[in-house]
Write a protein that binds this ligand. Sequence first.
Ligand code: F6R
Length: 607
Amino acid sequence: MCGIVGYVGKNCCADILVDALSKLEYRGYDSAGIAVFTENGIQITKSKGRLADLSAKMNAEGKPQGTVGIGHTRWATHGEPSDTNSHPHRGGANVTIVHNGIIENYKQLKEFLIAQGRSFVSETDTEVMAQLLDFYYDGNPVQTIARAMQEVSGSFALGILFTDFPGTIYAVRRESPLIVGVGEAESFIASDVPAILKYTAQYYLLEHDEIAVLTEQGVSFCDMQANTIRKELLTADWDMDAAEKQGYEHFMLKEIHEQPESIKRTVMPRVENGLPDLHECGITPETLRQFRNIYIVACGTAMHAGMVGKYVIEKLARVPVIVDIASEFRYREPLIGEGDLIIIISQSGETADSLAAMRLAKKLGAKTLAVVNAKGSSVAREADMLIYTHAGPEIAVASTKAYMVQISVMYLFAFELALAKGQIDEAECRRLTALLMETPQYITDILAHKETVEAMAKPLLDAESLLYIGRGLDYALSMEGSLKLKEISYIHSEAYAAGELKHGTISLIYKGMPVIAVDTQKKLHEKTVSNIKEVKARGAVTFLVCGESYQPDSDIADYCFRLPEIDDLLMPMLAVVPLQLIAYYAAVQRGNDVDKPRNLAKSVTVE
Ligand code: F6R
């Protein structure tokens, strides 16, 4: 998604803006630009492509000299990636803006503005917003913003320069996240904390329909009626190291290696006397006993974490769980109400579909539990109950450590629920909790053998298409393995329940087609092996991820990665690691931009 930054201070603004934007690159973008107050008015430099292209252009055209400005990385929604569609956009003589999100009624507004004699140079909804602000400009920026906000719908965040106020940045948000950082005689706006961490760890969260005013003297906030708002100053609890690669070739590899620590940070504080204890998250045995049905609603990888949650909760607690894709859930008139629990899983806590699904669930009377990584995000703030995952900042677009802590929380939750419902006794709950706490060590051991996985990924260099198969929890994992591979290697792949293949999809198997089979569930082992044999007999090249007690023959596996074994129920915590690494190494050897795959954005704040 688009990234916004802004700087007011004493230093060279262009350098700071580009540096801050580089920390938002992980969000995905296809063009970038900055606008700076200079002696000759606002100077805009913008360019299609990467920040390096923007810097090259600035070097060629002359770096804008000034200490106040705004910057942007654009992930195209309205109009193709191009210099013209890049931000910042001018709205006549008075206004220059950067924008994240969507102005939903931009067409009507554009028609209105055209009828007023205005013309447009870009295809963007952003330029419509800029022109609208200019149209209502009355010499008072706050009043102007408030007036324009009455006319727009959608979810968005804006950084605004008014030509008449050269020392000031204005910002406003509706739904889309925006923070305001404060340092020594300087302040910042940004879409996310990593952008400002190098300069300050202190920030305010701008709330829905609030306006921020930043000057060298400090920052102030007001509502749409210009009433002053006092806000709590927050301190980011992670440092620059967390937002840097620290010697790893890619953030994704670093984040895969951070998984053991992320699990410890997420699980350990929620274990008391050997048993899960989620009361600080608003969850007690009494509350848990109330729920008849559970829905887990999320998108992408977070939804796959929910799939693991479903298997574990149903098996242990015997409570029915429906896993729903958030964008489907919200439009299918879900049959939910009092007595139901909706679990929203989200790394960013800003995913538009997940947020909307949660709001709908609340409206229908269900209780909501958020499992979220980003502190203070919208999903976190609006849920009835909240379990923070402590993965730390996830910079790579492809989610790894966030998935790992999401499934860790699913386990903790399932253990506590099963105990509360009397489905397992304390001894069993303690046993499972102890095993969960052992998983970081197992993962560390697996990572010590990553070269084996690297070798396994070599045959995928020229693969056009492949299948992931598994049964039960291994099917849930296959879905995640397949998504990971698709998003960063650009190899087409599908995940299939192994037993379902013969009902149609097996016709796709051709000689040499790679099939990755996940086989960690002992109870299902014989069945999965039969399915592997079916594809092998039809010429597939098979890659097996299984427990170490299984020694497959060559008629089962051409390549094999054997995992240390713990209770089958917890095997997803281990088995996902080689799947992440296969995707990673396949993408690296294909020369792809692993951390910023094409067309993707880290935080999806549009529908
Ligand atoms: C894939 C990935 C996405 C996200 C999805 C939901 O690696 O990261 O599929 O899982 O966009 O995002 P959050 O968790 O922020 O709601």
